[in-house]
Design a protein. Structure first.
Length: 378
């Protein structure tokens, strides 16, 4: 293979509204594990600051919790949340990705709510990270459809991350080029760069792997590339024992990442990279379409969004979200406090976690919708 392999590491961090607060009361060790997992990220990168490169998505609800003075005071004996947010501003090792505030599966909620979800996230992230430019976009749950492209471009996003299973050819190309080069996708006269997540390598990143296996597997997958390959792996960064485990002998950072970065320092294997830097050097190649879909979960493939729509009760809740959202838009933005509160209630009801756990969390969705409905009818 004539080219070095660039590796883009992407982690998603999300906690639903009030979840960390509730866990501190009801399950303090689980809350502690999550907070340690978050705090471990910048500390792990410090050890390899010359070479480490990480793309990080943080939902608006997680940022809201971490920046709340009352929560910071509760968590202070575990993690200094203010210091954590400060350390995440280290642009030498971290790129913050744009996302949607309440972490909805965007293709499943009314398109009329997309802009407000993006705007609210930009508001809190711009304040906490002291910037206005977030080059890449992380669709929550990697839920994407082509109709999102004009809005993402309107908000200035250069690229969006999509799952490999949903990418289809427009320009002819071989499998390895489809998987390991960024491409262009177009809709309604607008275009955006799509960066393709390698699903199988991401599954390994999520469940546990060692650097030897990863380097060999990437080498086999890219051996026939006659272009500079970009291998992109994306997972949650605060869920599962591999990321939450506090033992240095059973954790993503100490077992896998340290070993991989030591190899990089010694001049072998992969080149950790920021996606923007790769695009600056090599650009995008060819055109693709992206079918509607999400990333794979523990139970479902991601096609058809079955994880969030598999039961009649889930679909009924999404229908109710759409009806109340339409009612709000019909009333217009007249500055009334009750309409503003009803609006954020509907937006919060769209949180993906409300639908992810089958029907277990649907009461949270309906509680917000009930309050929105009361505000609209009183």
């Amino acid at each position: 293979m004539p080219y070095d392999v660039s590796h883009a590491l992407v982690l998603n961090l999300h906690q639903p509204p009030s979840n960390l607060d509730d866990l501190l009361t009801d399950s303090p060790w689980e809350a502690t594990e999550i907070l340690y997992a978050l705090d471990r990220i910048p500390r792990a990168l410090w050890r390899h600051e010359q070479h480490a490169r990480l793309h990080l998505s943080l939902s608006g609800t997680l940022l809201e919790t971490l920046s709340a003075p009352a929560f910071q005071q509760r968590a202070y004996g575990i993690v200094d949340c203010g210091a954590l947010l400060w350390h995440l501003q280290n642009t030498r090792t971290i790129r913050i990705l744009g996302t949607a505030y309440y972490h909805p599966v965007l293709p499943l909620i009314p398109p009329g709510d997309w802009a407000e979800q993006l705007a609210r996230w930009r508001g809190i992230a711009g304040h906490l990270f002291a910037r206005t430019d977030f080059g890449g976009f992380w669709p929550p749950e990697m839920g994407f459809r082509m109709e999102m492209i004009p809005l993402l471009r309107q908000w200035g996003y250069r690229y969006v991350l999509v799952d490999s299973e949903h990418v289809e050819l427009v320009s002819p190309m071989r499998w390895e080029r489809l998987r390991y080069r960024p491409h262009v996708a177009r809709h309604d006269g607008q275009e955006i760069v799509v960066v393709v997540r390698d699903r199988e390598l991401s599954d390994a990143q999520e469940s546990g792997m060692d650097a030897d296996w990863f380097v060999r597997e990437v080498g086999e997958r890219t051996r026939w590339c006659d272009f500079p390959p970009l291998v992109t792996t994306c997972t949650d960064g605060d869920n599962g024992g591999w990321f939450r485990n506090t033992s240095p002998h059973a954790n993503f950072w100490s077992v896998f990442h340290d070993d991989l970065l030591q190899r990089v320092t010694a001049g072998g294997g992969l080149r950790p990279t920021f996606i923007d830097d790769y695009l600056d050097s090599y650009g995008a190649d060819g055109e693709v379409r992206v079918k509607p879909g999400a990333w794979n979960t523990g139970w479902h493939h991601g096609t058809g969004f079955t994880q969030w729509t598999g039961s009649a009760a889930q679909r009924d809740a999404l229908t109710r979200v759409a009806e109340l959202s339409q009612d709000l838009r019909a009333r217009g933005a007249d500055g009334r406090e009750d309409l503003r509160e009803a609006h954020w209630r509907v937006l919060r009801a769209e949180t993906s976690c409300n639908f992810y756990w089958g029907e277990a969390w649907l009461p949270r969705c309906h509680a917000d919708l009930d309050e929105a409905e009361r505000l609209l009818t009183h």
